[in-house]
Design a protein around this ligand. Sequence first.
Ligand code: ZN
Length: 241
Amino acid sequence: MTEAKKSGLVVVAHTGDFVWRAGGAIALFAKKGWHMKIVCLSFGERGESAKMWREPGATMEKVKAGRIKEAEKAANILGGDIEFFDLGDYPLRVKDDAFFRLVDVFRKVKPQFLLTHSREDPYNFDHPRASAIAQEARVIAQAHGHNPGEPVLGAPPVYLFEPHQPEQCNWKPQMILDISEVFDIKRRAFECLEAQEYLWEYYTRVALNRGVQGARNSERKTMKYGEAYERVFPSVGDEFV
Ligand SMILES: [Zn+2]
């Protein structure tokens, strides 16, 4: 990989999250030649693997191994570079060593943008915790006094991907990414997540709805599939787009 290659960073609580919520962005930018780094803070082994736990003889090791395999396969299809922190889920707890490991990822990857969870989610406390940790790690990576001498991070914009029930999470779509050209890739990545098969059709419908809304809010009249994001910071430029 060359130093000049552009990159994006995706930080999620559980392995499935990057596929449902940001799989289109990962596939789209990977297709453009970007380095798309995915950090999974846990495997979702306790809270998001119900189907695997129903299998006879299921153990924590077997469930984790199953989820790693699925996530690696999905990341490979999307063109992402995945890293697992294995911090445990339900509840997700992030100690300082893991936090500073994430700060190091920001400084190493130097992302042009960060994609992470919404700030609220009354159904899932791991999601907002992952979002807070990712956003805080970004800010520490910007601090000149943190590991002085290392190049500091710039100001990559932060986009919060769509939670499962947006209206319950005080989340609004402020950016709809046109993922029509990569939706088939995203769908193939869904299909790696056998533990959550019940969500395949659900997230296909979400993408279709966002696609219709994207076409309505733009000149992209042939847009079919979309992926929505909320911005944390104002957009900056010398024109209105
Ligand atoms: Zn999750």
